[in-house]
Design a protein around this ligand. Structure first.
Ligand code: PMT
Length: 397
C-alpha cells in the first residue's frame, strides 16, 4: 500500500468515529490519504482529528470560504488509486447510485476513475429496505465493491445487520486489492468483446445482442491489475476507461480475426468474449435492397472464420487462452466440446437460462471449466466481479 493514493470518504453516521482508525491503518501502511467528508459527517467526527492523522486538510466544501479557493473533485478523482467510503449512509449511497452531486463526496465519487469501495453503515431496517438494496445493486452494477456490514448491536441498540465492517477488515480488503493490482504487471492480454456485424447491404446487417459489457469489464479488470490490454471490440456504445487499454474497433468477424492475428503473437493471455457471428452474407449488396416490386430476398450465408479456434491452433508454449460459451441448452456438453475443439485452456459458461446472465445485463452467472478438469460455479455477480473471478482462475493455470 506504500505510496498509494486513497480517498477516504466519510458520511454522517455514528460509525464515522471508526474512520479515524481506518485512516490510521492506511497511513501506517504508507498510503497517502485525502479525507473528503459530507457536511453531516463533520457532525460525527471533527475534521481536525482527521487532518491531524492524514497530514492533509480535510476537504468538505467546494470552495474555501475565506479565500474562494476551488477544491477540484476532478483532480482528486484522477489522483486516487482507490476511493473508500466508510461509513456510507443510506443517503450517501442513494446519492451515489443516482448521481445526486450536491456535496463534495458525491462529486468526487462521480469523477473517480479508480475502483470504489463502499462500507455501508445504518440501522437494520434502513439496510433491509428495498430502496437501499436497489441502490447497492446499482453501485455493484457500476463495478463498485460493497464491503458488507456486519450484524450486531447498532447505535439504536437494536440488533441486526447494518454495523459498518470493522476498520481492520476494511483495511484488509484494500490491502488485498492493492496486492492484486500488481499480479498482471508486465503481461499482455488480448480481449475480444461485443458483437460482430455482417453486412447485408449498406443499411442492414446480421448481428446479435452483445453490448460489450462483459468483455470491457475483463479489459478494465486486467488493466487495473497491471496488464497491457488490447481490446478488439465489435460495435458497442461503451468506451474503455483505463489508460492501459488499447482499443481496436472492428465491425465484422473477418476484421476481428485480422486484428486478433496481429496482436495474439505477443500476448500472454487471450480472452475471447466477443459474440462472433458464425455466418455472414456471401455478398453485400452495393445499394440498399428495395422492398417495392421485389420478392423477399434470399440471403446466402457463408461460414465465418472461428477466431478462437484459429488462434487456439497457433498457441505457443506459455500462452493461455480463455473462451466463452453462451448456451441455451446442453450447457455442460457444449462448453466442454468448445473447450476441446478450440484448444482452449479454460472456458467460461454463461447460460441464457439463468436470470441476470448473458447479453446486456450488468450481472452474469458463470461456471469456469479448465482443460485440466477443474470446474467452479459462481453466484450472480456484477460483470466486473465476474471478470475478477475469471482472471483469478486464469493466472493460476
Ligand atoms: O456483451 P454482453 O452484452 O456483456 O454479453 C456478454 C456475452 C453473453 C456476449 C459473453 O458473456 C459471451 O458469452 N460471449 C461469447 C458468446 C459466443 O459467441 O459464444 P459461442 O458459444 O457462440 O462461442 C464460443 C467461443 O468461440 C467464444 O469465446 C467466442 O468468442 C468464440 N468464437 C465463436 C464464433 C466464431 N466465429 N469465432 C469465435 O472466436
Amino acid at each position: 500500500m506504500k505510496g498509494k493514493h486513497i480517498i477516504l470518504g466519510i458520511s454522517g453516521g455514528i460509525a464515522a468515529y471508526k474512520s479515524a482508525t481506518l485512516l490510521r491503518l492506511f497511513i501506517k501502511a504508507g498510503a497517502e490519504v485525502q479525507v473528503v467528508m459530507t457536511p453531516a459527517g463533520k457532525e460525527f467526527i471533527t475534521p481536525v482529528t482527521l487532518s491531524a492523522l492524514s497530514g492533509k486538510p480535510v476537504v468538505s466544501e467546494f470552495f474555501t470560504a475565506n479565500s474562494g479557493e476551488w477544491h477540484s473533485h476532478v483532480d482528486l478523482g484522477l489522483w486516487a488509486d482507490a476511493m473508500v467510503i466508510a461509513p456510507a449512509t443510506a443517503s450517501t449511497i442513494a446519492k451515489m447510485a443516482n448521481g445526486v452531486a450536491d456535496n463534495m463526496l458525491v462529486t468526487t465519487y462521480l469523477s473517480a476513475k479508480a475502483p470504489v469501495f463502499v462500507a455501508p453503515a445504518m440501522d437494520l431496517d434502513m439496510f433491509a429496505h428495498p430502496t437501499t438494496s436497489r441502490n447497492l445493486d446499482l453501485l455493484r452494477s457500476y463495478g463498485n465493491t460493497i464491503i458488507e456490514p456486519a450484524s450486531g448491536e447498532l447505535a439504536s441498540h437494536l440488533i441486526g445487520k447494518g454495523r459498518m465492517e470493522e476498520p481492520e477488515n476494511i483495511f484488509k480488503v484494500l490491502e488485498a486489492f492493492f496486492a492484486k493490482q500488481e499480479d498482471l504487471k508486465g503481461k499482455k492480454m488480448l480481449v475480444t468483446a461485443g458483437p460482430t456485424y455482417e453486412k447485408i447491404d449498406p443499411v442492414r446487417f446480421i448481428g446479435n445482442y452483445s453490448t460489450g459489457k462483459m468483455g470491457y469489464a475483463i479489459a478494465e479488470e486486467a488493466a487495473s491489475r497491471g496488464a497491457e490490454v488490447v481490446l478488439v471490440s465489435g460495435p458497442v456504445d461503451i468506451m474503455p476507461r483505463h489508460p492501459a487499454i488499447h482499443l481496436v474497433k472492428v465491425e465484422s468477424a473477418r476484421e476481428m480475426l485480422a486484428a486478433c492475428e496481429e496482436h495474439f503473437p505477443t500476448a500472454d493471455y487471450a480472452v475471447m468474449c466477443a459474440a462472433v457471428a458464425d455466418y455472414a452474407p456471401a455478398d453485400c449488396a452495393a445499394t440498399k435492397i428495395k422492398r417495392e416490386g421485389n420478392e423477399p430476398p434470399v440471403i446466402h450465408l457463408v461460414k465465418n472464420p472461428d477466431i478462437a479456434k484459429t488462434l487456439g491452433m497457433k498457441k505457443r508454449d506459455g500462452q493461455k487462452m480463455v473462451g466463452f460459451a453462451l448456451e441455451t441448452d446442453h450447457e455442460f456438453d457444449n462448453a466442454m466440446s468448445k473447450l476441446r475443439s478450440k484448444n482452449l485452456d479454460m472456458i467460461v459458461l454463461n447460460s441464457l437460462r439463468d436470470k441476470g446472465a448473458g447479453f446486456g445485463t450488468d450481472t452474469n452467472k458463470i461456471t469456469i471449466f479448465t482443460a485440466d478438469g477443474g470446474e467452479t460455479s459462481f453466484g450472480l455477480k456484477s460483470k466486473r466481479e465476474v471478470a475478477a473471478d475469471i482472471i483469478d482462475t486464469l493466472i493460476t493455470l
